[in-house]
Design a protein. Structure first.
Length: 346
């Protein structure tokens, strides 16, 4: 029998881009309606590199939370080769910075200030291990000679495995995993290593980028992979392991920035995030595993309390508009012009 209603502990989003200004105001309500908390990515321009900037950004986010909704932004720092142990100590002491993000320079959107050589970050990484502040990783090498579809697997072998060995107590989240190699690596790693998985990498393979023509709204980083990799991610997400948890990587870009001769990487999914995950879990006949993936594994890893209120999803198709918002912040959401199978009950 198929379920038509599903009530779960309110989930959190452990990887989210909220941007700033008009775009922040446009996208935050979508997340705040569904999730109690989110790990907010620091790749603004300029990036959020210290606790003072994170605190100011946190205030702007809180000011944009719609009346009647409760939402807690969990802030992150952007790791650079100039991040000091004092920056880390200050971030930890703030109480609102929950992690530090490693962007290999040039790997993704707004990563220009990121890390060229991780060997230049060892003082900061030691401080993070000492203060128990997790490291979040965009796991792709940037070497132009490495095929774009292999960049995650090569990153794991050449950079991540040595790092895990060198810092055995550092908590590490490999973000938005996209390959069988990543799922296997995380599953076999010690308990201080975990991963987030996006709805789009669970729902689509790389054919979606080229369906009848080039599809800029299906371009993200790490790029969608072959079907065998999608299947490995689905098995990891629905398999019940506490090492895998929800992180949408909802990454809004304006329509113009996506539909361009050199379009930005990132998909917007916050408008239907938990509903999209429900589709995946239903396809696997694993709806009973959704709550742990969406609401328990993340807070347990981050050592935060689980949420105590609930959300309810109903199996009732609803239409996704062709475009969300207007003017400078208008964007094309995932599944634009089609429908989602599950709807969030008001
Ligand atoms: N995932 C993406 O394709 N884009 C993200 C950056 C990131 O998470 O790598 C963005 O900020 O737009
Ligand atoms: Zn990334
Ligand atoms: Zn991201």
């Amino acid at each position: 029998m198929t379920a038509t209603r599903l009530t779960i502990t309110r989930p959190d989003d452990w990887h989210l881009h909220l941007r700033d200004g008009d775009m922040l105001a446009r996208v935050l309500p979508d997340t705040a309606r569904r999730f109690a908390r989110a790990i907010v990515m620091p790749n603004l321009v300029p990036p959020v590199v210290n606790a003072a900037l994170a605190g100011a950004y946190r205030d702007r986010i809180l000011a944009a939370v719609p009346a009647g909704l409760a939402f807690e932004p969990l802030m992150t720092l952007y790791l650079t080769e100039r991040t000091t142990p004092a920056d880390i100590a200050e971030a930890k002491a703030s109480g609102f910075v929950h992690a530090v993000k490693w962007y290999p320079a040039g790997a993704t959107t707004n990563s220009d200030s990121g890390v060229k050589h991780i060997d230049n970050c060892h003082a900061a990484l030691s401080a993070m291990e000492q203060h128990d502040l997790p490291l979040l990783v965009h796991g792709e090498v940037t070497d132009a000679h490495v095929d774009v579809f292999d960049r995650e697997a090569v990153f794991i072998e050449t950079l991540l495995k040595p790092l895990v060995q060198r810092y055995p107590k550092l908590r590490i989240v490999l973000e938005h995993i996209t390959t069988r190699q990543a799922a296997e690596f995380v599953a076999a790693a010690p308990a201080n290593v975990a991963a987030t998985i996006t709805p789009h990498h669970l729902l689509m393979n790389r054919n979606a980028i080229f369906q009848g023509g080039i599809r800029p709204h299906h371009y993200c980083l790490p790029v969608l992979k072959r079907e065998e990799h999608r299947l490995a991610l689905v098995a990891a997400a629905t398999g019940g392991s506490p090492k895998f948890f929800l992180g949408t990587d909802s990454a809004p870009h304006t329509r113009g920035a996506k539909e361009s001769a050199c379009g930005c990487a990132g998909m917007y999914s916050a408008h239907g995030a938990i509903e999209l995950y429900a589709e995946v879990f239903e396809q696997q006949d694993a709806l009973d595993k959704l709550e742990a993936f969406a609401s328990f594994h993340g807070p347990d890893f981050y050592r935060l309390p689980r949420n105590t209120d609930t959300i309810t999803l109903v199996r009732e198709p609803w239409d996704i508009p062709a475009e969300l918002g207007e003017g400078s912040s208008a964007l094309v959401p995932l599944r634009a012009g089609t429908s989602l199978a599950w709807r969030l009950e008001a």
